[in-house]
Design a protein around this ligand. Structure first.
Ligand SMILES: [Zn+2]
Length: 150
């Protein structure tokens, strides 16, 4: 019983009761120990952990694999219709990685994401690439100062 102790709420809607923990839940706990502030979203076979919003990462957990994703915005109507989304970064087989290696990888993913932020030359604020008009100009300032329409 001790091994099946629940440390995190992995089933916020209480849709998937079980006596012990499924593999997907054990794997999600491995990640949550390292990223305890993540927001948990759940289907039966997949647990999505959203860590730190736009500045962080998205982790998709299944029984066999952990997929690390980085936030992005998709332009669902070609040049307009922005929708929050995520993009593939790395996927690892759960059986092939130690907790320590997993911790290193999660840190690398967070660092990768933080490294994508650039400061706007007008407002000085840091933005991720999906909110930049060009290398050093954010979309807001491009609209305000250059009359660009997004
Ligand atoms: Zn700006």
């Amino acid at each position: 019983m001790r091994d099946n102790l629940r440390h995190f709420n992995l089933d916020p809607e209480e849709k998937y009761p079980s006596d012990g923990l499924r593999h997907v839940e054990l794997n999600a706990e491995r990640v949550l120990v390292l990223l305890p502030k993540s927001i948990v979203e759940r289907t039966r076979d997949c647990i999505q952990l959203n860590c730190d919003g736009e500045e962080g990462i998205v982790v998709l957990v299944t029984a066999e694999a952990i997929e690390l994703r980085l936030p992005t915005v998709e332009w669902t109507m070609g040049t307009y219709g922005p929708a929050a989304s995520s993009r593939f970064w790395k996927r690892i087989q759960v059986s092939e990685i130690t907790d320590q290696e997993l911790g290193t990888l999660l840190k690398e993913a967070l660092k990768e994401r933080q490294g994508e932020f650039r400061s706007c030359r007008y407002c000085g604020k840091p933005y991720p690439p999906e909110h930049m008009h060009s290398k050093d100009l954010c979309q807001g300032c491009a609209e305000k100062y250059l009359g660009v329409i997004h």
